[in-house]
Design a protein around this ligand. Sequence first.
Ligand code: KG4
Ligand code: ZN
Length: 389
Amino acid sequence: MKIDKNVENDGVIFMSIKGEDKGDGGALAKEPAGGSDCSGSEGDVTILAIESSCDETAAAVVRNGREVLSNIISSQIALHTVYGGVVPEIASRKHVEKINGCIRAALSEAGVTLEDIDVVAVTYGPGLVGALLVGVSAAKAISFAQNKPLIGVHHIEGHISANFIENKDLEPPFVCLVVSGGHSHLVVVKDYGEYEIIGQTRDDAAGEAFDKVARAIGLGYPGGPKIDAAAKEGNPDAFTFPQAKISDAEYDFSFSGLKSAVLNIINQAKMQGEELDQADVAASFQKAVVEVLVGHAIKACKEYGYDKLAIAGGVASNTALRTLMEKECAANGIKFFRPSPVLCTDNAAMIGAAAYYEYKKGVRFDLDMNAVPNLPLGDRERRFHAGKA
Ligand code: KG4
Ligand code: ZN
């Protein structure tokens, strides 16, 4: 997988992701990567997908759900770093500035025009309402002007569907661990677009815990990638942090106790005038999170009787999580699937993948579709009546 990067004058990073990664383990893609032959054939469904739920403006062209013809991401992360987190107003304003350029680039890199597009898909929730509205408005405008069907996609369903892109043979049912900045869900993907949530976080999401702990130990924002990098230099057994078990819901997660334990160690060290080894804290914290995530996911596969496990969301790009999950899956006879790291974090290709299966089921949204910041996962009733929710 090749990523062309360009830092623009305002600090926004413009990325074009090309090809597919077949060397990152997991199940290998059987078909050739998209991008070279754009002519398509009759019966093909070519989707223009848009994502703007947080701090990435993204557009992609995806054919038949699994072939990515173009994948453009405009990342604002550098703009928010000085504030220690995403500032919603800045995010919305930048989305407005960047969205048309991203869509234009996605079409041109795919070698298609708006006339060639069969469906316009967009993330309509969950996320920051002002940010979501930019993508939703753009998608509605194109759908109306071109008279093309419109499909709203749940952001997390997009993350799960990222697994379909590089794993052409992955089909439901399977178990998926979804770990992002706002979600920690253990889900059984029963069919395309059909989800049963079997576990979720009681407090912080996994990514949120990474971000908060990174801030506390002085690594700054964005916390996940910084802890991942720092942990490589640290001793994961330097500290023993608690791994919460919830007695009445064995697949639920809780990370707030772990976060407090890290804060206690920091305060203790301060009071005793000792200097903490950042890398040791990062590695020990990461180990505690990863062991819980992997433990729950493997247990779910075994108890529910599934032999396929996928991971999704920003935290799924974590090196330690990928390594331990791979090892445990191999030890338990479970086939492990994971997107390349750049498809784990927010992108529009995953939205195009999810939208394809919705399209095949006959899902269509009206032009009164609205952004739904707290959209629940798998709520089909709500998705069919998005504008009226
Ligand atoms: O899926 P995502 O890009 O956005 C949301 O939908 O939330 O996930 C962002 C989250 C952030 O909390 C970030 O710190 C975390 O994913 N993250 C990571 C890594 N890369 C991103 N966490 C751990 N290790 C990483 N390598
Ligand atoms: Zn996300």
